[in-house]
Design a protein around this ligand. Structure first.
Ligand code: UT7
Length: 351
């Protein structure tokens, strides 16, 4: 048995303002029927004016730390938390990173804290980074958060992206343990393909545009996505990454009890599930209630499945994600017993 990072806390948060499909249909040339049929999404949440990504990250982080305290039975568990990694591509400010402020607000001032940017794959990248620091002995306990507020970068007139994306945060606490323990992260597959960078992008606001010292063309400040190509790439790369990871850890697709994949589109989830030989009821799905929450997507889906008890102790679980960059990543674990997860206010509200 070797040193490994073990999941011991889990939490999530969504803002208080719900936006059902009917609200979008009242503003844009779209319909509840189109959005449900093409994406499976029925509702998303958006932050209020003046709110920011860190507010959601702090709420999710606090719940995850509380979950770790209850799960481990150690009221002082936070004292050993020495790392905060925040996955986001909508930081509070272009500079500095958002993680140090989040750590400070959680009472973790002084710990190592930094952001990771891999868009919708951000949480998997952050998890791999924190787990590697734990296994290397560079950290003992890590809070890993995925948080995004894409409502702040969407084009208000773009019916496609507004139908899909929502704001949210999800967080996991990792502790140092051994690879034979339930909850141990058993390995990672991470990858990227920068030739597809233009498929998911915000053209303006970075050094490429700002160095021109001229205002960007109208609309370049908004998030833009080539939906159809991204759909194909998402299915291909999540399936490939999942298979690579399974080979690496000696599992087959049919060994899996549950797939917790990036919540972009129900048709993408079904296609990836099919590639792995899984039945539809083995797929974790919460996109109907929260939409695509970008870096928060995988941990929020995990929290939802844990709360609804569709994840059972001992289950073989595979997490996989895909996003801008292009980027992708996967990890797997046996679901731990007695993980205490608090309900995420809003997420379970009736549709
Ligand atoms: O999180 C990062 C990864 N992101 C993803 O994985 C997203 C992947 N892509 C998708 O999920 C899908 O491609 C979308 C949901 C974005 C679009 O669905 P689609 O079935 O691929 O639609 P499409 O882009 O092929 O468009 C079909 C039609 C078009 O109209 P025409 O050209 O056929 O007249 C669109 O203009 O649907 C139209 N359309 C809409 N109609 C009503 C696009 N968005 C909407 C909308 N309401 N919201």
């Amino acid at each position: 048995m070797t040193r490994a990072a073990v999941v011991c806390g889990l939490g999530g948060a969504v803002p208080s303002t719900a936006v059902p499909n009917s609200a979008l249909a009242a503003q844009l040339d779209t319909s509840d029927a189109w959005i449900r049929a093409r994406t499976g999404i029925r509702r998303r949440y958006v932050i209020a004016p003046g709110e920011a990504t860190s507010d959601l990250a702090v709420a999710a982080g606090r719940r995850a730390l509380d979950s770790a305290r209850r799960t481990t039975g150690d009221p002082h568990a936070d004292h050993t938390t020495d790392l905060v990694v925040l996955a986001t591509s909508t930081p509070d400010h272009p500079c500095p990173a958002t993680a140090p402020a989040v750590a400070h607000r959680l009472g973790l001032s002084g710990v190592a804290a930094f952001d990771v940017g891999a868009v919708c794959t951000g949480f998997l990248y952050a998890l791999a980074t924190a787990a590697s620091m734990i296994t290397a002995g560079a950290a003992q306990r890590a809070l890993v958060i995925g948080a995004d507020t894409f409502s702040t970068i969407l084009d208000p007139a773009d019916r496609t992206t507004r139908a899909i994306f929502g704001d949210g945060a999800g967080a996991v606490v990792l502790r140092a343990g051994t690879d034979d323990e339930p909850g141990a992260l058993l390995g990672f597959d991470l990858g990227s393909d920068g030739s597809g960078a233009e498929l998911i992008t915000v053209r303006a606001g970075g050094s490429r545009q700002r160095s021109t010292a001229t205002p960007p063309p109208a609309g370049d400040e908004f998030f833009a996505m080539e939906g159809r190509s991204v759909f194909t790439e998402a299915v291909l790369n999540m399936s490939k990454s999942a298979h690579t990871l399974l080979d690496r850890i000696g599992w087959r697709g049919t060994d899996l009890d549950r797939l917790v994949a990036h919540q972009a589109n129900i048709r993408i989830l079904r296609a990836v599930g099919e590639q792995l030989g899984l039945a539809e009821d083995q797929l974790a799905v919460n996109l109907d209630r929260v939409g695509n929450t970008v870096a928060a997507s995988v941990p929020l889906a995990l929290a939802d499945a844990a709360i609804r008890r569709t994840l059972r102790p001992g289950d073989r679980v595979l997490l996989t994600g895909f996003g801008g960059g292009l980027t992708w990543g996967s990890t797997a674990l046996h679901w731990p017993s007695a993980l205490h997860v608090e309900p995420v206010p809003g997420m379970a509200d009736p549709l």
